[in-house]
Design a protein around this ligand. Structure first.
Ligand SMILES: NC(=O)c1ccc[n+]([C@@H]2O[C@H](COP(=O)([O-])OP(=O)(O)OC[C@H]3O[C@@H](n4cnc5c(N)ncnc54)[C@H](OP(=O)(O)O)[C@@H]3O)[C@@H](O)[C@H]2O)c1
Length: 320
């Protein structure tokens, strides 16, 4: 009897629904949530960087696909896996992070990623191999906190490395006059030619910084020195630093003793020392971490961003 009553009621309900249908927006009982944020980490090292993985999660990534030992010829297949799965509208929720300790390999991978996109079938991508882009952006932003960069002469020690070249490039983009230091002035000249061609103009010049006397000559008249030398190498002695009369800011990016600038501690942050403001590598690290997280989060704002040094610097500039 109960079954019969239920059937009649159900039949009446179906007739009622066919006469008075619900608006489409109210029919959906379980609305579709927006797709999960997927970050595909492409790393040329055997194990994808744990540092970059932790930052990805802390930046709000829902799913992290970490690929280690990625060879250049494997990049296209990984990109196609990313772009053929979701419609163009949802591809803003898929992004790529290119890392690894080899910055040159990372640069080549970034180019291959971009080349593998197919029109609107693309996703945003960020390059931060060996932390070079976020570290350089953080150093230049800290310098710009104290100096009008367009009216500044800067010395970049260890300027031929991936971090140093990016520091020089970003400083030049801000209108600074830049001296790029190396133990070999010919090596410096190679990096300088590339940077000046990229930026346009001749803001960057090569200087020899192989010994104290050369460093003293190179730093004379500079308002800022940024030491981007290899880990565990001292590039600026305390006596040369103190003799640089125009110097206002000194930033060291080397966290491994002996540190890059004598008398600047790794934890120093905006610290007055001998009449100038100094930063050590960890002192700059807080800014670097903020920029790294903000850049990863920004990847998911649209599907067409390519975040290299300049774009990452801009993200950092908006934070400070
Ligand atoms: N805080 C962070 O998250 C972070 C991230 C990335 C890098 N870093 C630090 O930033 C610094 C720069 O990184 P990088 O990868 O660009 O460095 P790098 O390529 O290892 O070295 C930079 C330059 O240092 C010079 N150099 C190497 N050995 C030297 C020696 N024995 N004596 C004098 N100069 C020497 C070389 O220039 P020349 O041969 O032309 O003289 C080299 O091009 C490093 O100290 C690194 O640890 C920090």
């Amino acid at each position: 009897m109960n079954n019969l009553k239920f059937s009649i009621l159900n039949f009446q309900f179906q007739i009622f629904r066919s006469l008075f249908p619900l608006p489409a927006s109210r029919v959906t009982l379980c609305p579709m949530s927006s797709p999960r944020k997927i970050l595909i980490q492409m790393d040329s090292d055997p194990h994808a960087s744990v540092f970059d993985r932790v930052v990805a999660i802390d930046s709000g990534v829902d799913e992290l696909f970490s690929c280690g030992n990625v060879a250049l010829e494997e990049v296209q297949a990984l990109v196609h896996g990313a772009i053929f799965t979701r419609g163009p509208k949802d591809l803003r929720n898929t992004a790529i992070f290119v890392g690894g300790s080899d910055v040159a390999k990372g640069e080549a991978m970034l180019q291959r990623v971009v080349k593998s996109f197919l029109g609107p079938l693309r996703c945003s991508v960020m390059l931060d191999a060996n932390g070079a882009n976020t570290t350089a952006a953080a150093a230049v932003l800290r310098a710009g906190k104290h100096l009008e960069l367009a009216n500044t002469t800067a010395l970049v020690l260890g300027g031929t490395g991936p971090v140093g070249q990016r520091v020089a490039r970003l400083l030049a983009r801000q209108g600074a006059t830049v001296r790029l230091g190396s133990r070999s002035v010919e090596k410096a000249a190679g990096a300088v030619a590339q940077i000046n061609q990229t930026v346009g103009g001749q803001r960057v010049s090569a200087v020899a910084t192989g010994d104290d006397a050369q460093v003293a000559g190179a730093v004379a008249g500079c308002q800022v020195v940024i030491a981007a030398g290899a880990a565990g190498v001292r590039l600026l002695s305390a006596s040369v630093r103190k003799s640089a009369a125009a110097l206002k800011v000194a930033i060291d990016l080397n966290a491994v003793p002996p540190l890059g600038i004598e008398g600047v501690d790794v934890f120093d942050k905006e610290k007055p020392v001998d009449g100038i403001i100094v930063y050590g590598a960890i002192g700059v690290g807080g800014t670097k971490m903020k920029i790294h997280k903000a850049a990863v989060a920004a990847l998911f704002e649209s599907n067409d961003q390519v975040l290299d040094a300049e774009a990452i610097y801009e993200i950092g500039r908006k934070l400070t």
